[in-house]
Design a protein around this ligand. Structure first.
Ligand SMILES: [Zn+2]
Ligand SMILES: [Zn+2]
Length: 139
């Protein structure tokens, strides 16, 4: 990941009612196989991450937050149902953004699987990627 250049990425939900812009570095993609992320996406969450200060919204009227715990919330579009964000208030400066909603090309690569102990039983984990049980503290 390059941090020494200013890069702008954009993304949106399927219907386009939520549209965002990210100015700043993107983390490489981490696949989260925890049960809530599997339910949120219908598969697993393949997400980049950005600093909260680096994301701004061009449109967000239909952005809706589901608070799964007092601190953890999932963001989705209430019109088209696209899975858009994951945010943990205890990690204030951190916003997970599903890579599939970014406009192409993203320039990203997938680098890690987490929560592999709760991965779905119907798919194989990519053997070329490192795997972690549970979360990682600094992703
Ligand atoms: Zn939408
Ligand atoms: Zn997860």
């Amino acid at each position: 990941m390059s941090t020494d250049e200013e890069v702008t990425h954009t993304g949106s939900c399927m219907c386009g009612e939520v549209r965002y812009r990210i100015t700043g570095p993107l983390r490489e993609v981490v696949n989260c196989h925890c049960e809530p992320c599997r339910q949120f996406t219908g598969h697993y969450l393949a997400a980049t991450a950005v600093s909260t200060k680096d994301i701004s919204f061009e449109k967000q009227e239909t952005l809706t937050w589901y608070h799964r715990t007092p601190t953890v919330r999932y963001g989705f579009c209430s019109q088209c149902g696209s899975s858009l964000f994951w945010h943990d208030a205890t990690r204030e400066n951190f916003f997970a953004v599903p890579a599939g909603c970014l406009d192409q090309p993203t320039g990203l690569s997938t680098v890690l699987n987490i929560y592999i102990e709760t991965a779905g039983d119907y798919y194989a984990l990519d053997p070329s990627l490192p795997c972690e049980t549970g979360d990682i503290t600094n992703w």
